[in-house]
Design a protein around this ligand. Structure first.
Ligand code: ADP
Ligand code: MG
Length: 257
């Protein structure tokens, strides 16, 4: 679906992405891990066409992402920010309606889709709330609902559960897992693989890939289905000893002191 080739991004003569190749296949969930400053958010910015790389290119099913109009891009790529912020004074309903701008429909026509997406995240009662008054956890769920209403083929999620309480983390990740099972293609930056493996069944693993990014280069791309090898790769990536343990039939990754 996405083919990124030799992506290089520099800040002040410092390479934050260095000849990165990154492919995403339809129906898969790619989890990007790596230390702070590895270039993960920058990579998502390049994939969604927001940041133009100094070298290399990104294609969506063969078409350069840079050549797409805003509406064409919105049909293909949706993005969930690390800290969703709505600066304009708008209600949740208006936020979700805006996410459907490419459909050029009236708010009345959009309304059932907007309500359906809010129901999906169990937050229909927030419909008329001002977006900037939401708590972090509420904003994250509403942002996920907005992503749903956009109906993009590929979702890019930047630390979707960062700073959320355990119940909100579980709520978000269970919905992502359900979307994966429905065929949604996703790329997520996460720090805690544990949270994801907790909600996945082993039968989901064949669609899940883990990509390790460090100092602007891809260090590995591994299937979720081989937890011991993955734990070794994570140990190298983070410079800590990690071990895979099995809890109720599911692999979890723990840091060994
Ligand atoms: P990650 O998401 O993996 O933590 P980022 O992609 O946000 O990392 O950042 C990668 C590197 O690029 C970091 O060293 C960061 O300081 C640098 N960087 C990001 N944005 C800017 C910017 N606007 N100006 C200068 N350096 C930046
Ligand atoms: Mg980041």
């Amino acid at each position: 679906m996405i083919e990124a080739r030799q992506i290089t991004v520099e800040w002040d003569d410092r390479r934050v992405l260095d000849r990165v190749d990154f492919d995403v296949h339809a129906g898969t969930f790619t989890i990007v891990v790596g230390p702070n400053g590895a270039g993960k958010s920058t990579l998502l910015d390049v994939l969604r066409g927001y940041r133009v790389p100094h070298h290399g290119d990104v294609r969506f099913e063969g078409t350069p992402i840079a050549s797409l109009s805003p509406k064409e891009r919105a049909a293909r790529v949706g993005w969930l920010a690390q800290h969703p912020r709505v600066r304009d004074v708008m209600t949740v309903a208006e936020w979700l309606t805006t996410a459907r701008f490419r459909f050029a429909e009236t708010p009345r026509v959009a309304r059932p889709k907007v309500e359906q997406a809010l129901r999906w995240v169990d937050r229909l009662h927030l419909l008329d709330r001002l977006a900037h008054t939401l708590s972090g956890g509420e904003a994250q769920r509403v942002a996920l609902a907005a992503l749903m209403t956009q109906e993009a083929r590929l979702w890019l999620l930047d630390e979707p559960t960062h700073h959320l309480d355990p119940a909100a983390v579980l709520a978000i990740l269970e919905r992502l897992r359900d979307r994966l099972r429905e065929g949604q293609t996703m790329v997520a930056v996460v720090h805690d693989l544990d949270e994801i493996t907790a909600v996945l069944e082993p039968s989901d693993h064949e669609r899940v890939w883990v990509v390790g990014l460090k100092e602007g280069t891809v260090r590995f791309r591994r299937p979720m289905g081989a937890p011991d090898a993955l734990a070794d790769a994570l140990s190298d990536l983070y410079d800590v000893q990690m071990r895979a343990v099995t809890v109720e039939g599911r692999p979890r990754f723990v840091v060994m002191p």
